[in-house]
Design a protein around this ligand. Structure first.
Ligand code: PEP
Ligand code: MG
Length: 324
């Protein structure tokens, strides 16, 4: 089976009925860049940047960040590399310097912290704009719930560009800016971001957590963490449809996409870009190449109409078993 998977690396990610599904890798550490680049992935769909701050006493400066980002971008030649701005807080905590909160997942985290700490955020944005000279960098904002956050982030990005210009440091000023759709608010009001973002990437880890009110890290609740709940499927379908109407790319970069049944459901829901851990890329490609997108679409429609996550899962499993 390992040999079969290796062969897959050379083959295109396309369904039996000819639908291309772009597969990218999630990268948590710059050291994973080479593994990801040889994983068969067509770029990076999510580079998390929390490694720069989690477990550290001091924040990294612009130079250190620039080197870390450039390393990943260089490993991928000219292929797209989506880098997410700090998603600190919640389950990703730095040493010290962070307030104790009763509900960290509903607290001062991610884009909220970045907008409240503009110096820190602009240093990251400057490093990203500089790293973008090395390839096809796209910047992504986490935990967006409303348009104002995107507008504020864009203003800080323009300011970061001005700072680099004033210093005479080379950078790219046409870097696409996209957002994670990982809150029910962003998903339901996806159309309100028209013209403000260049792409959507659905983060299913948090979207499931916030939609079902189930802590993603609580082992006792694991059986209740059901990405195939009809509410989640409908939110995803809504984002796919809205992104299509807006003419922007919609990807999924949550862990959901790495499980065969979930990958199948996502292709059926109309996703054409998935990003998974580097070690899951080929397994997902195997699913993509073995299924018919139109059959997956029918199964996904039926799953969406199911009354329970359990029923949705059964419907999708039956359809996937017929394919394999
Ligand atoms: C997600 O929420 O699905 C996601 C991809 O981001 P993270 O797991 O880093 O929160
Ligand atoms: Mg998330």
């Amino acid at each position: 089976e390992a040999a079969e998977l290796r062969q897959l690396a050379e083959l295109e990610s396309v369904t039996l009925d000819g639908v291309r599904v772009t597969l990218r890798a999630n990268v948590d550490l710059p050291e994973e860049a080479d593994l990801a680049a040889t994983s068969g992935a067509e770029g990076v769909g999510l580079m998390r940047t929390e490694f720069l701050v989690v477990g550290r006493a001091t924040m990294p400066d612009e130079e250190e960040q620039y080197r870390a980002y450039a390393r990943v971008v260089n490993a991928f030649g000219g292929r797209p590399v989506v880098i997410r701005t700090y998603d600190v807080g919640g389950d990703k905590l730095p040493v010290g310097g962070h307030p104790t909160e009763a509900n960290p997942f509903l607290g001062w985290r991610a884009i909220r912290m970045c907008l409240d700490e503009p110096e820190l955020f602009r240093a990251q944005l400057r490093a990203l704009l500089r790293a973008a000279l090395h390839g096809d960098v796209r910047i992504m904002l986490p935990l967006i719930v409303g348009l104002q956050e995107v507008r504020d982030a864009r203003a800080l990005m323009a300011q970061a560009a001005d700072e680099l210009r004033a210093r005479g440091v080379p950078f790219r000023d046409d870097v696409p800016l996209g957002m994670m759709v990982e809150t029910p608010a962003a998903a339901l009001a996806a159309d309100t971001f028209r013209g403000a973002v260049d792409f959507f990437s659905i983060g299913t880890n948090d979207l499931v957590q916030y939609t079902l009110a189930v802590d993603r890290g609580n082992a006792q609740l694991a059986p209740r963490f059901t990405p195939l709940h009809p509410a989640v499927l409908r939110l995803i379908a809504h984002v796919v449809r809205t992104g299509g109407e807006m003419g922007i790319d919609v990807a999924v970069c949550g862990e959901m996409a790495s499980q065969p049944i979930m990958a199948y459901a996502l292709v059926g829901l109309g996703l054409r870009q998935l990003s998974v851990g580097p070690r899951s890329v080929l397994a997902v490609k195997r699913i993509v190449r073995g299924v018919d997108a139109s059959e997956a679409a029918q199964a996904a429609q039926a799953a969406m109409a199911a009354s329970t996550a359990h029923d949705a899962e059964r419907i999708l499993h039956e359809a996937l078993d017929r394919a394999f």
